[in-house]
Design a protein around this ligand. Structure first.
Ligand code: AHR
Length: 614
């Protein structure tokens, strides 16, 4: 039975509570949300991005052509260009199976070109079955680099298209581009409609961008200079705005080249177009994400702090300000109404992080007292790093702390009450990344159950976003993901449907309720579960764990002394932090340590009888 007291006043739920987290991971940007159909359009792919890349990745040459990096380049930030011999052509293979076009739709071609004599470019769209649109001819004038355009109307639908450019005379080419005319909200340099519409259909309260590990990695090592526009690891928002041909491409943390065609202006515009609050994250110069480094370079730190201030001016400043003017020049004189900014992502050195975070916060609050500066709690959801991070955040009276966790569905069911005991006088929570590990229905269900706990605690949990948002099925670095796609289709996960349900039905206020006679979360368990289940087994008798092929790995009556649990299967087991870990399992050839998210690779089954009274 559920008892509800309609007169009781629970927490107020903000309209912006549920949002999305966009990171350029799994090719979510180039070859994904960014609608550009040509891969490696500026010939900047490099082995520094990925050892399998060359400047001609995704291109084939018929005749003679070479990528050149010399003083004849388009501009300082766009180093390479293609030198194409007379009578030769180059062909681009797009993403996935090729360039996708829909019959009857328009496609805008553009190229920067330079020729020493008169040259005519012949541009074609075709697949193995023949032409996909009437060929276009472009006359290249003699006077240095210029941008040329042409429009195709597709005569057939194909996902295997190829874009070719042939030249009658020697010519230099750069920024070879093909965009569908029909982008989301018809924006120029726009977004792929089906993917953007899937986000819009969620009605997200906010968009967190652009990462993730993408943001902080390398930030303390390198700051771009005009003399060194190539290959730096640090993500700097200023590199991502202005004319696309002047955005230096970069190595992406996730192992590919990022064009920055989808940059900060486009992120702000997208947030506005879907009616969401923009929530950018800037690097704090302390990593996480597999590294343990913090910068001691005060000058570098100051530059990044200034960048954060300039970012706020870019978003909100008047058109008379330096960065507000740049926003206006890009087509948006009105402010983007930035109210929150994240500083750092998953830093695993909490003391070093907090020292630098405070410098960011002091500078931002001095100039923009109304902006909420969001801190974070490091890479873990429990443990000493997490505890220290939270302690420091509390002591520093931080407004909001970004927490991240990826756990088993069982964990999500068992931790519905996670925020019930959070200090109501401490920082608010931004649950910036979370997912039940898996794309199955049960994962969505576990997340939905967990989200009722977020909502019950909406006075302290102010923002929450599932992660990651997108994955191109042919370029996956991370699972699970909310929306999947290839070059012509996109489809939703069960997790997406859960997010949509919650985001489209945000209540005004929690109505407190109590329930009796409901099954306990710790009721007898049968089914595939993770090792983290063991943390709760004191409530059980006669527990038996079997592996995928039915062999018994572990038995115990859980008398209370975990170290006396017996293992009966292959490999050895150890107990740590209240969890079991299998440390050497020859059969699976896998190592698992306590808390290691790879636990779910095991197909363990637990059967248990609940102890009386538990
Ligand atoms: O969402 C994928 C990654 O998970 C993010 O980049 C990082 O913040 C987290 O570890």
């Amino acid at each position: 039975a559920i008892t509800v007291d309609p007169a009781a006043q629970g927490a107020k739920i903000d309209d912006s509570m549920y949002g999305v987290f966009f990171e350029d991971i799994n090719r979510a940007a180039d070859g994904g949300l960014y609608a550009e159909l040509v891969q490696n359009r500026s010939f900047e792919y490099s082995t520094a991005d990925n050892t399998s890349y060359t400047p001609l990745t995704s291109w084939t040459v018929d005749g003679t052509a070479q990528v050149v990096n010399d003083d004849g380049r388009l501009n300082d930030r766009n180093r390479n260009y293609l030198s194409l011999a007379a009578g030769s052509s180059v062909t681009n293979a797009g993403y996935n199976t090729g360039v996708h076009v829909d019959e009857g739709k328009k496609y805008d071609f553009s190229v920067w070109a330079r020729a020493t004599g008169a040259a005519t470019l012949t541009v074609t769209l075709q697949d193995a079955d023949g032409t996909l649109a009437t060929a276009r001819r472009v006359a290249v004038r003699k006077n240095g680099w210029a941008k040329y355009t042409a429009t195709f109307t597709a005569t057939r639908t194909s996902s295997n298209g190829r874009l070719s450019v042939a030249s009658s005379a020697a010519a230099a080419l750069d920024m070879v581009s093909l965009f569908p005319r029909d982008t989301y909200k018809h924006q120029s340099n726009g977004l792929r409609k089906d993917l953007a519409e899937k986000v819009a259909a969620l009605h997200p309260g906010f968009v967190r961008f652009p990462g993730g590990c993408l943001v902080n990695t390398g930030s303390m090592e390198d700051y771009s200079e005009a003399s060194n526009w190539q290959r730096k690891r640090s993500y700097q928002w200023k590199d991502t705005i202005g004319p696309v041909e002047e955005r230096a491409t970069n190595s992406n943390f996730w192992g590919y080249n990022q064009s920055y065609g989808l940059g900060y202006y486009e992120y702000f515009r997208f947030s506005e177009d879907v009616g969401a609050m923009p929530l950018p994250v800037v690097p704090a110069l302390v990593t996480g994400c597999g590294q343990n480094k913090a910068t001691d370079d005060e000058a570098l730190l100051k530059r990044h702090i200034q960048d954060a201030l300039d970012l706020i001016e870019f978003a909100n400043g008047p058109v008379t300000s330096t960065w507000g003017r740049k926003r206006a020049q890009m087509g948006h004189p009105e402010p983007f109404h930035l109210t929150h900014i994240g500083v750092g992502n998953e830093e695993n050195l909490p003391v070093e992080f907090m020292a630098r975070f405070k410098q960011f916060r002091t500078a931002i609050e001095a100039k923009y007292p109304d902006i909420t500066v969001v801190s974070n709690s490091g890479p873990d959801d429990t443990g000493s790093t997490f505890d220290t991070a939270w302690q420091l955040n509390r002591e520093a009276k931080v407004d909001m702390v970004d927490e991240h966790y990826y756990n088993s569905p069982q964990w999500f069911l068992q931790n519905n009450g996670r925020y019930d005991s959070y200090d109501r006088n401490g920082p608010k929570v931004f649950l910036g990344e979370y997912a039940s590990q898996g794309n199955a229905f049960k994962n969505g269900l576990a997340e939905a159950a967990f989200m009722t706990g977020l909502e019950r605690n909406a006075d302290i949990v102010k923002l929450a976003s599932y992660a990651p948002l997108f994955a191109n099925e042919d370029y996956v670095q991370w699972r699970p993901d909310m929306v999947w796609f290839n070059n012509h289709a996109s489809w939703n996960s069960a997790n997406y449907e859960v997010q949509k349900l919650f985001m489209n039905n945000v209540g005004d206020r929690v109505v407190p309720s109590t329930a009796t006679g409901t099954p306990s979360l710790l009721a007898p368990i049968t089914g595939a579960v993770g090792l983290s289940t063991w943390a709760t087994t004191a409530a059980y008798d006669d527990v038996k764990v079997t592996g995928a092929d039915g062999e018994t790995l572990l038995t115990d009556d859980f008398s209370g002394d975990a170290s006396q649990w017996t293992h009966t299967g292959g490999g050895s087991w150890s107990v740590q932090d209240g969890q079991y870990a299998q440390t050497d399992v020859a059969a699976e050839n896998t190592m698992v340590s306590a808390g290691d998210p790879s636990w779910h690779d095991y197909d363990l089954h637990v059967k248990a009888t609940k102890k009386a009274g538990k």
